[in-house]
Design a binder for this molecule. Structure first.
Ligand code: ITT
Length: 184
C-alpha cells in the first residue's frame, strides 16, 4: 500500500517512512505548499489545509501539523512553530528562556488524512527545554527538547527511538491503527 504525505519537511517524512516501513506501507512525499491559517489550534490549521488541498489531489493523502508549546511562554511558539523556527531558531528560544526556571514544554502533532472524509489523529509528548543545544539527529527543535523520563534530547535519539515516544510517533500509531482496522 502507498500513501501520499504532503510535506516539505524531510524530518517528518523520514519519521513517517520509518514508522510505516515495517508494515509494508510506502510513504510517498509530495511537496505542495498549502495555506496555514492563523488559528489557536493545530486541528483548525489541518482542517483548513485539507479543505484547500482535497480537490487538487486525486488520491488519499495526509498532512502533519506540529508545534512546540512552552509553558513559561504561554504556549509559544505553538501554532507559529514553523515561522519561529525559521526566524528565531533554537538559539532564539534558548535566549527567550534564559533565567526561566519553569522549562516545561510539550510537542503536539496533528495528522489529517483525507480519503473523501477528514480523519484526525493526534499525539502529544511532555518534556522540558534544555539549557543548551545537544545532538545532531532529528530536526527542528529536537536539540533543545528533552522528553519526560529521559536525559537525552530528541536530537540524541535515532528515528526509531524518537518514534516510540514522540508526539508524531503517537499520532502515527493512532493513524496506523485506524488504517489496519479500515484499509490494510
Ligand atoms: P510541512 O511542510 O509539513 O508543513 P513544516 O516544517 O512547515 O512542514 P509545521 O508547519 O508543522 O511543519 O511546523 C512545525 C515546526 O515545528 C517545524 O518548523 C519544525 O521545525 C518544528 N517541529 C515539528 N515537529 C518537530 C519534531 O518532531 N521535532 C522538532 N521540531 C519539530
Amino acid at each position: 500500500m502507498e500513501i501520499i504525505f504532503i510535506t516539505s519537511n524531510s524530518g517528518k517524512l523520514k519519521e513517517a517512512q520509518g514508522y510505516f516501513a515495517p508494515m509494508g506501507v510506502k510513504i510517498i512525499q509530495q511537496k505542495i505548499g498549502y495555506p496555514e491559517i492563523q488559528a489557536k489550534e493545530l486541528e483548525e490549521v489541518v482542517k483548513f489545509a485539507i479543505e484547500w488541498l482535497k480537490d487538487k489531489i486525486d488520491k488519499p493523502f495526509f498532512i502533519d501539523d506540529s508545534g512546540l508549546f512552552i509553558e513559561a511562554l504561554n504556549g509559544f511558539p505553538g501554532v507559529y512553530s514553523a515561522y519561529v523556527f525559521k526566524t528565531l531558531g533554537n538559539e532564539g528560544i534558548l535566549k527567550l528562556m534564559a533565567g526561566v526556571k519553569n522549562r516545561k514544554a510539550y510537542f503536539k502533532s496533528v495528522i489529517g488524512y483525507y480519503d473523501g472524509e477528514i480523519h484526525i489523529f493526534k499525539g502529544v509528548v511532555n518534556g522540558r527545554i534544555g539549557y543548551t543545544k545537544r545532538g545532531n539527529l532529528g530536526f527542528g527543535f529536537d536539540p533543545i527538547f528533552i522528553p519526560e523520563g529521559f536525559t537525552k534530547t530528541f536530537a540524541e535519539m535515532t528515528t526509531e527511538e524518537k518514534n516510540k515516544i514522540s508526539h508524531r510517533g503517537r499520532a502515527l500509531e493512532a493513524f496506523s491503527k485506524w488504517l489496519k482496522e479500515n484499509l490494510i
